[in-house]
Design a protein around this ligand. Structure first.
Ligand code: ADP
Length: 383
C-alpha cells in the first residue's frame, strides 16, 4: 500500500510552527485528492473493460466485480461482495484445474486456465478462459485479480462445426457409394465387351478418386465418432501375421511404384483386436509410406513379439519427419508443410485412437532427413 503519511519536521515553536502545520494539512489534503482521483480512474478502467473482472482477497473473498462480470453471471456486485467465489462452480471443471491453480497462486505466480465451466445465477453454464494475477506484498499474495474471457459462444460454434461436419459426411456417403458401384459396373461391362483401353483406364482413374473420397468421408465420420465416444470396436481373436500378409498383397496389386518387403518371415501371432480397425491402421501406415516416399523405393514391414506384446513396424525411405513435428502429426488435421502434402491430416489421428482403444501404442521414429519408421505395439492377452 502506498504510504500517504507526510514527513513532519518539528521546527521551533511559535508562528512559524503554526504556518508549517497549515502547510502540512494543505499537503495532506492534496495527497488525498490525488489518491481519490487515482482510485476513481482505476475503478473506471476496471468498470469499462468489456471482459469480466473479479478481484478477491487471499482468503478468498470477493471484493470487486465489474459490470461485464455482473452481465455475464446475472449476479449484482452487492449480492456477491464478501462471498467465496466457490459458489460459481458448476462441478464440471476437472478438480486438477483448481489444484493446479492454487499451487501456482501460492507460489506467487500468474495462473492461466484454458477452460473453466461456471454457473450463472439462472443456473445456465458459461465457459471462461482466465488469467489470475496475485498482488504481492512482502512476497505474499494479498489480492487476486482475475481477468476472464467468455468463450461460451466459441465452444458452441466448435460443437456446431463438428455436428455439421458429421452431418455433411453422412449426406455425402450415399451418393458417392452409388457412383462407385456405377463406375465399377461400367468397368466390368467395358472390359467384357473389349472396349478400347483408354476409356477403361479413365474409368479406373475415376474409381481410384472415388476411393480417395470415400476414405476422406470415412475418416471424417470416424473422427467425429471419437469425439463423441461413439466409435465401438468388435473384438475377436485375430491372426496379425495373416492380416499383414493379406493387406500387403492387396496393396501391391494396385501399387507398382513401390516395393513392399518383409524384414523377416512373418509368423502367425494371435491378439484380441478388431480386425477391420487393425486393417485400417495398417492401410494408413502403408499408404502414407507410399505417399511420402519416392517411386521405386522400398517399404519394409516387420512383426515381432515378446512375452507381453507384439510390435508391427512400417519403414520407408521417404522425406522423413522433423523431430519437432513427430508428436504433432498425430493431432487432428495436422499436416507437415511440404510440397508432398496430400490428404486431410486425419489418418494418423484415427490410427492412434484405434491403437489406444486396443490399449496399445503408436509412435514414429525418424532422423528428420530421410525415412520414417512407424511402429505400433499391442498387448498380448494370454487368457
Ligand atoms: P494425411 O496423410 O492425410 O495428411 P495423416 O494423419 O496420415 O494425414 O498424416 C499426417 C501428416 O504426417 C502428413 O500430412 C505428413 O506430413 C506426415 N506423415 C505421415 N506419414 C508420413 C511418412 N511416412 N513420411 C513422411 N511424413 C509423413
Amino acid at each position: 500500500m502506498r504510504n500517504i503519511t507526510p514527513k513532519i519536521k518539528n521546527k521551533s515553536p511559535g508562528t512559524s510552527n503554526r504556518s508549517s502545520s497549515t502547510n502540512v494539512l494543505r499537503q495532506l489534503h492534496l495527497e488525498l485528492i490525488s489518491l481519490e482521483e487515482e482510485n476513481r480512474t482505476l475503478r473506471q478502467i476496471l468498470a469499462s473493460s468489456s471482459d469480466p473482472i473479479i478481484i478477491t482477497t487471499n482468503e478468498p473473498k470477493i471484493i470487486y466485480v465489474n459490470l461485464a462480470w455482473e452481465k455475464l453471471t446475472g449476479y449484482s456486485f452487492e449480492e456477491v461482495i464478501g462471498k467465496n467465489p466457490r459458489f460459481l462452480q458448476s462441478g464440471k471443471t476437472p478438480r486438477y484445474v483448481y489444484k493446479k491453480m492454487w499451487k501456482t497462486l501460492l507460489l506467487g505466480q500468474t495462473f492461466t486456465s484454458e477452460k473453466v465451466i461456471n454457473k450463472k445465477k439462472n443456473g445456465n453454464e458459461y465457459q471462461i478462459r482466465s488469467n489470475i494475477y496475485p498482488v504481492l506484498q512482502n512476497g505474499k499474495a494479498i489480492y487476486y485479480v482475475q481477468l476472464q474471457h467468455n468463450i461460451t459462444s466459441i465452444k458452441r460454434l466448435e460443437e456446431l462445426q463438428k455436428e455439421l461436419l458429421s452431418a455433411a459426411a453422412h449426406e455425402l456417403k450415399t451418393p458417392i457409394t452409388v457412383l462407385k458401384l456405377l463406375t465399377q459396373s461400367h468397368i466390368y461391362k467395358a472390359q467384357k465387351q473389349g472396349n478400347d483401353s483408354i476409356s477403361i483406364n479413365e474409368l479406373k482413374m475415376i474409381d481410384k478418386e472415388i476411393d480417395r473420397f470415400i476414405r476422406i468421408i470415412n475418416d471424417m465420420l470416424d473422427s467425429s465418432r471419437f469425439e463423441t465416444g461413439k466409435l465401438l470396436m468388435n473384438y475377436e481373436q485375430v491372426n496379425v501375421g495373416q492380416l499383414i500378409i493379406s493387406i500387403v498383397e492387396k496393396i501391391q496389386i494396385y501399387t507398382k511404384t513401390h516395393n513392399i518387403v518383409y524384414a523377416h518371415k512373418i509368423k502367425d501371432i494371435f491378439v484380441v483386436a478388431d480386425p477391420q480397425r487393425l486393417e485400417q491402421v495398417l492401410l494408413n501406415l502403408l499408404s502414407n509410406a507410399i505417399k511420402y516416399s519416392p517411386e521405386d523405393s522400398q517399404i519394409t514391414v516387420s512383426l515381432i513379439n515378446d512375452d507381453k506384446k507384439i510390435t508391427v513396424s512400417v519403414q520407408d525411405e521417404g522425406i522423413g519427419i522433423p523431430k519437432s513435428k513427430q508428436k504433432l502429426i498425430f493431432d487432428r488435421y495436422y499436416q507437415v508443410k511440404t510440397k508432398k502434402r496430400q490428404g486431410f491430416g486425419l489418418g494418423l489421428y484415427i490410427s492412434k485412437e484405434i491403437i489406444k482403444q486396443h490399449h496399445g501404442k503408436l509412435w514414429v521414429e525418424s532422423n528428420g532427413k530421410k525415412g520414417s519408421l512407424f511402429l505400433f505395439s499391442l498387448p498380448l492377452k494370454t487368457d
